[in-house]
Design a protein around this ligand. Structure first.
Ligand code: SF4
Length: 67
């Protein structure tokens, strides 16, 4: 099982906290200024971005690694 982060764009208020705390610009705004994952984060960074989001829009799910 592989961990990945998901962002509920309906809950995103475009505060930018996850973007400024994500390493290597792994999260960016999309064209609607909602946060989206550009590059999967692995390790402790996952928990950091989850904690900084004021609306709990970010969560971690476990997904089967099909590749
Ligand atoms: S921290 Fe949460 S509310 Fe702020 S930009 Fe990221 S996903 Fe949106």
């Amino acid at each position: 099982m592989k961990k990945r982060i998901v962002i509920d764009k309906d809950k995103c208020i475009s505060c930018g906290a996850c973007i400024t705390t994500s390493p290597n610009q792994a999260i960016k705004y999309d064209e609607d200024f909602k946060a989206e994952v550009i590059e999967e984060l692995l390790g402790e960074e996952d928990n950091i971005v989850v904690e900084v989001c004021p609306t709990e829009a970010i969560s971690i799910i476990e997904k089967e690694d099909k590749e």
